[in-house]
Design a protein around this ligand. Structure first.
Ligand code: PEP
Ligand code: MG
Length: 620
């Protein structure tokens, strides 16, 4: 929202933004305008190519040195979790695929390196900007930072200044994480930024630095002059420019009262309304998060979300699926029991008291380990639990590591790709063996650690009843359930149109699973991407799914959708669909009709109405 200038200069002005980091700052404005660099096109002479590529390689080395320097400062100031932002930047500026593409373009297209850098990185930004993942959209600024660093060297421009002499509130259109860290070394009192969002890196860093910050102030920076007196209200999301004496006094009082309680820096406003994902008629849905193990950034973001839900008055959000195999994909060897136990324990600690669901390694299929051999049909081959059962030493080491992490009482274990009851019986024997090993060593663990299985193979859905006496819960893996039910490779874009997770055949298997769980008195959750599909929410609620685990960025929109629905109405919708629909198209039509009739379509659209997130599915 923009403010309105009063008749005289230096009259008070107010702007609303998003309170990204709590607290109140009072001080003069420091206007930071970083001039963005652009590169011009021209045709290189063939004789210039070698030198141009050398200049590019030198610029990459310089950019890496700078990022490393900022990373070190960040680590001292905010610790390793937030400094991981710069590790991600470092990875991008070291990505051989991107770098060699740029060299090739200089060589073959005879373009200046600066022009190619500008074009390639801008292309990455566009991809992030147009994706449906808000977290990715907010990474656009990180890419801009790398691009500008390289351009600065390639165009021979001077270093940017990031120093403030007098304690001031920094006002800028955008701010990169590196700027935020470097300014934090001088006298910055807070950040007032036109762009950004609650999960932008600047917001995350401001919270880590304990500095009040407002983002999404739109064009406020254009109406503020250097030296204007500012009140940055990170509690109410307001920026007051040149306040009157009375307002200033009130804020100074509030600020002095807040000293001592200022450690409560979490709980951004938008998450506090997450409380109780309950339908209008009181059916509770536990919303949880899927975590790709292995990325410190992803873990830190999920942890922040979990904690801020708690400080906003809700239950902390737990992890409904931890894909432990992602850790393996980043390393050449299997981690030892000790290494695994340290990692799992760290997660259990960070999310405590919320639950952490550790799925045993689901390698095979498209998640190929280096050194494993070629299979003609990997998705139907040596995958998931099948591998674990064939590799007792590895399986036992993982089970012992999981059990050791369970000592805090918030860990659940889950087996992937269960196809037959015999496999489950054998897996449970291994689990018992692992418990026995720990008892002998007198290592503490949770004797009642819940055990669950993924329902992601049609045979498991059809036979769900037979598994139930052996487990504590079921979790539906709709990604694989869809591919195995419809015989459509989930990662093959030639047949992407045939991959229909709302196909009635898939829905019937989910319904069978949910019915079996209800009869067996055990909870059933969903952790496949279907949980993120807005059209699926009424169907899953109507089927009685009590827990949904989605990527962290979808938690809020899913919880919002749950609160808009009535379970009794959703049940009727499901009955109607299962009785009548014979295609995914018909299912979608019926759901849309249901939403239109209840005047929910706009609200659902706002939570990113889409039939399926193809990009996400292609990732795996
Ligand atoms: C699934 O298959 O739906 C699932 C959650 O597991 P993954 O995507 O890791 O195979
Ligand atoms: Mg799966």
């Amino acid at each position: 929202m923009s403010g309105t200038r009063h008749t005289e200069a230096k009259q008070p002005l107010r702007f609303s933004g998003i309170a990204a980091s709590r607290g109140i700052a009072i001080g003069p404005a420091y206007r930071y305008e970083r001039q963005l660099l652009y590169a011009e096109d021209r045709k290189l002479d063939v004789s210039e190519v070698g030198h141009e590529i050398e200049r590019f390689d030198a610029a990459v080395v310089k950019a890496r040195q700078e990022i490393e320097k900022v990373r070190r400062v960040a680590e001292q100031k905010v610790g390793s979790s937030a400094s991981a932002i710069f590790e991600a930047q470092m990875m991008m500026v070291s990505d051989e695929f991107i770098l060699s593409n740029i060299r090739q373009s200089v060589k073959h297209e005879l373009k200046p390196a600066a022009f190619v850098v500008d074009r390639e990185f801008s292309e990455h930004q566009r991809m992030f900007e147009t994706g449906d993942n808000p977290l990715m959209r907010e990474r656009v600024d990180d890419v801009e930072d790398i691009k500008q660093r390289l351009l600065r060297y390639l165009l021979d421009r001077k270093k940017w200044l990031s120093k403030i002499e007098v304690p001031s509130i920094l006002v800028a259109e955008t701010l990169t994480p590196a700027d935020a860290i470097l300014f934090a070394r001088s006298s910055v009192l807070g950040f007032a930024i036109d762009g950004g969002g609650i999960t932008s890196h600047v917001a995350i860093l401001a919270r880590s630095l304990g500095l009040p910050a407002l983002v999404a102030l739109h064009s406020a920076s254009q109406q503020i002059e250097a030296g204007d007196m500012l009140i940055l209200d990170g509690e109410r999301g307001e920026l007051i420019v040149n306040p009157d004496a009375e307002t200033l006094r009130e804020y100074e009082q509030e600020q002095s009262l807040a000293v001592g309680t200022s450690s409560i820096t979490e709980a951004p406003a938008f998450e506090s309304d997450f409380a109780g994902a309950r339908t209008q008629d009181g059916h509770a849905v536990r919303v949880q998060m899927n975590l790709e193990f292995g990325s410190e950034i992803a873990i830190a973001e999920a942890e922040r979300l979990s904690k801020s839900a708690m400080s906003g008055g809700s239950q902390p959000i737990g992890l409904g699926l931890v894909r432990t195999e992602h850790f393996l994909l980043l390393h050449d060897d299997f981690p030892t029991e000790e290494e695994q136990s340290t990692l799992y324990r760290d997660l259990a600690d960070r999310f405590h008291p919320a639950c952490v669901t550790l799925r045993t390694f689901d390698v095979g299929g498209d998640k190929v380990l280096s050194g494993s051999y070629h299979e003609d049909n990997p998705f139907l081959g040596w995958r998931g639990l099948r591998i674990s059962l064939d590799e007792p030493d590895l399986f036992l080491a993982q089970l012992r590591a999981i059990l050791r992490a369970s000592a805090r009482g918030n860990v659940r274990v889950m087996f992937p790709m269960v196809t037959t009851a015999e496999e489950l019986v054998r897996a449970l024997e291994f689990l018992e063996q692992a418990r026995h090993d720990l008892r002998i060593k007198e290592e503490p663990f949770d004797q009642n650690m819940p055990v669950g299985i993924m329902i992601e193979v049609p045979s498991a859905a059809i036979m769900a009843e037979s598994f139930l006496p052996m487990v504590d819960y079921l979790s539906i893996g709709s990604n694989d359930l869809t591919q195995y039910t419809l015989a459509v490779d989930r990662g093959n874009d030639l047949i992407a149109g045939l991959y229909q997770d709302l196909h009635p055949a898939v829905l019937r298997l989910i319904q069978m699973t949910a019915d079996a769980a209800r009869r067996g008195g055990k909870p059933v959750s969903i952790c496949g991407e279907l949980g993120s599909n807005p059209l699926a929410t009424p169907v899953l609620i109507g089927m009685g799914i009590s827990e949904m685990s989605v990527v962290p960025t979808d938690v809020h929109s899913l919880a919002t959708r749950v609160t808009l629905l009535r379970q009794d109405e959703c049940k009727l919708l499901v009955d109607h669909i299962l009785d009548n629909a014979v295609s995914a198209e018909e299912v979608k039509r019926q759901i849309l009709h249901f939403l239109v009739e209840r005047e929910l379509i706009d609200r659902f659209s706002q939570t990113a109405l889409r039939t399926r997130s193809g990009a996400r599915m292609m990732k795996r």
